[in-house]
Design a protein around this ligand. Structure first.
Ligand SMILES: NC(=O)c1ccc[n+]([C@@H]2O[C@H](COP(=O)([O-])OP(=O)(O)OC[C@H]3O[C@@H](n4cnc5c(N)ncnc54)[C@H](O)[C@@H]3O)[C@@H](O)[C@H]2O)c1
Ligand SMILES: O=P(O)(O)OC[C@H](O)CO
Length: 330
């Protein structure tokens, strides 16, 4: 059974390759015509994942209609483009796995809400977790959360289709928790990158991870997600990964901000996406509106907009009133 993958960025390419590693045919939709040609002839993706060497059972196409009849489709385009791209895919009853991590600017929609609108006949699942694409494509062991809207029945259908010796999914039925973990950790990784850029030390980074996790939990639970989901691969697991490495585009963006660049300077000329830069302002707005205390997220949004400098961002967080660590803010 052929698996469809929409989006040939780093993550779509890595997923296509790992799924093809047992001989399964994979059809990969790339937006860039020259990339289709490169994947099908040279079996590489020099634009988004230069380390990848793709199996011959990965076929690229520029026509999203070619994916139409496939029963299992992974959507791996940046969250800001998901609605547009899905609107080009004929709506069918199928399993649609959402693999991007972000909140749509303007609407504040999570990827599941975007997909429910654009692909109402599909049964949705969210695949998320600590997953650097270059490690997955190299065949290194990786575990993810697979949150299934269709519950156990969908999981039993999808688990054998998605699992591979180096890709281990864990079942969840909490789509909101899985989506929020992935979206919020990107913003927190920017904050941790700032700490690195300013050379503030590892104590500060660990403090940001722990206090950031408290923000992720508050927001996730306010939106109906569960704490045990956010304690798992798609929440804490991904937070720790992304906050610890310059392999993360979000962490690297934060590091550049910490070193004194503006967000425009730090993002200039990049063809890869740092989702946290798009998610931070909309997440900060939603948190404000809904009264969810998210000081780190608010500070990252202010830094990205140029309202404050990196040093002012740190000073702002350190000057907050003292409070209890656990429970609701007083
Ligand atoms: N790279 C990773 O390691 C990784 C891992 C897990 C999840 N993700 C998530 O996967 C999603 C895709 O990220 P990526 O790393 O594959 O992307 P990328 O940064 O490697 O590439 C950018 C992607 O955006 C697409 N794009 C650019 N403009 C577009 C437009 N107007 N319409 C549609 N598509 C457009 C490009 O075709 C390309 O596929 C993001 O939400 C990201 O957070 C990435
Ligand atoms: O490079 P980043 O910051 O987009 O992170 C990639 C993945 O989401 C890590 O799980």
């Amino acid at each position: 059974m052929t698996i469809g993958v929409i989006g040939a960025g780093a993550w779509g390419t890595a997923l296509a390759q790992v799924l093809a590693s047992d001989g399964t045919p994979v059809l990969l939709w790339a937006r860039e015509a020259e990339l289709v040609e490169e994947i099908n002839s040279a079996r590489t993706n020099s634009l988004f994942l230069p380390s990848a060497r793709l199996a011959k059972n990965v076929t690229a196409t520029n026509q999203i209609g070619d994916i139409s009849d496939l029963q299992t489709v992974l959507a791996v385009v940046p969250a800001q483009h998901l609605a547009r791209v899905l609107s080009d895919l004929p709506d069918r009853k199928r399993d649609l796995l959402l693999c991007s991590k972000g909140i749509e600017a303007g609407t504040g929609m999570l990827t599941g809400e975007i997909a429910a609108k654009a692909a109402p006949s599909a049964q949705i699942a969210v695949l998320s977790g600590p997953t650097f694409a270059h490690e997955v494509v190299a065949g290194l062991p990786t575990a993810v959360t697979l949150a299934c809207a269709g519950g156990q029945a969908q999981w039993e259908r999808l688990a054998p289709v998605i699992s591979r010796p180096t890709l281990r999914p864990y079942y969840s039925d909490d789509l909101i928790g899985a989506e929020i973990g992935g979206a919020v950790k990107n913003v927190l990784a920017i904050a941790c990158g700032v700490v690195d850029g300013l050379e503030l030390g590892q104590n500060a980074r660990a403090a940001l991870i722990a206090r950031g996790y408290a923000e992720m939990l508050r927001f996730g639970m306010a939106r109906g997600g569960r704490a045990d989901t956010l304690a798992g691969l798609c929440g804490l697991g991904d937070l720790v990964l992304t906050c610890s490495s310059t392999s993360s585009r979000n962490f690297s963006l934060g590091k550049a901000l910490g070193m004194g660049l503006s967000s425009a300077e730090a993002l200039a000329g990049k063809n890869s996406v740092a989702e946290g830069a798009h998610t931070a302002p909309v997440l900060a707005d939603i948190a404000n509106r809904e009264g969810v205390d998210m000081p780190i997220v608010q500070t990252v949004a202010a830094l990205l907009s140029g309202e404050i400098s990196a040093r002012e961002a740190v000073a702002r967080l350190l000057a907050r009133p003292l409070r209890a660590e656990a429970g609701r803010p007083q």
